[in-house]
Design a protein around this ligand. Structure first.
Ligand code: CA
Length: 245
């Protein structure tokens, strides 16, 4: 298994070094930051696979920083586990509301933390083999953030990459715009449905350079589907899907 990089943001030195030790023993790469500003500068160089974020930090709080990250398309997919000294249910809800993927109350057992990290990575589909998806001559490498057709790299934006990642992990299924917005952009951001069409158009244009614009198919009155099978032969599905509209 390749090694995942985890960013630890914790101002208490003792806990921070304990976390780094625990993570490294579990086979992860750990990067430590003492506050959100330092953590933000880490992101300029590295996009970690997961962030362990202390709620109470000097300066920008963990929750506030999490909220900011979830608004930026480049970072919003990074899973976050919030750490807190408080254990109130209300805090937990607030933490999950800003988009944290899990929540742990201090003091916690290192074993449980590692188990939670693995669960979150699995859930966010980062823990699948080497992180790459292959469909026909299409290869999507989640770790390197690369998409290629017949070994040729495609120049896709982070959003289009995530769109392809979602499509390639859910082939042959029809999704409407709202579903795509929820899955690819996230529920927390407000974006017009038309945005989906714009990105689909761009994606098709890029795929079209390789004669593969048919991979992303329009299902009239419903939405879109990714399929390696030509859309010309799937009239039945189109009719079925339109019933759901
Ligand atoms: Ca703290």
């Amino acid at each position: 298994m390749s090694s995942f990089t985890i960013l630890v943001v914790e101002d208490e030195e003792a806990i921070r070094s304990m976390l780094v030790m625990v993570l490294e023993q579990a086979g992860f790469n750990a990067i430590a930051a003492g506050d959100a500003q330092v953590a933000q500068s880490v992101l300029d160089d590295t996009v970690p696979d997961l962030i362990i974020l202390d709620w109470m930090l000097p300066g920008i709080s963990g929750v506030e920083w999490a909220r900011r990250l979830k608004k930026e398309s480049v970072y919003q997919d990074i899973p976050i586990i919030l750490l807190t000294a408080r254990g109130e249910e209300e805090d937990k809800i607030r933490g999950l509301e800003v988009g944290a993927d899990d929540y742990m109350t201090k003091p916690f057992s290192p074993k449980e933390l590692v188990a939670r990290i693995r669960a979150v990575l699995r859930r966010t589909s980062k823990l699948q083999g080497d992180g790459s998806i292959t469909l026909g001559d299409l290869v999507l490498d989640s770790e390197q953030h690369r998409l290629s057709i017949a070994d040729k790299l495609l120049d896709v934006s982070p959003t289009e990459f995530r769109l392809m990642q979602f499509f390639m992990t859910h082939p042959d299924k029809v999704f409407n715009r709202t579903q795509l917005l929820d899955q690819v952009w996230g529920r927390s951001v407000y974006i017009e449905e038309r945005t989906v069409d714009v990105h689909i158009r761009r994606l098709r244009k890029i795929l079209g350079e390789y004669g593969r614009e048919d991979l992303v198919q329009t299902v009239r009155g419903f939405g879109y589907r990714f399929s390696l099978v030509d859309s010309g032969s799937s009239t039945e599905t189109i009719q079925d899907a339109s019933l759901l509209n």
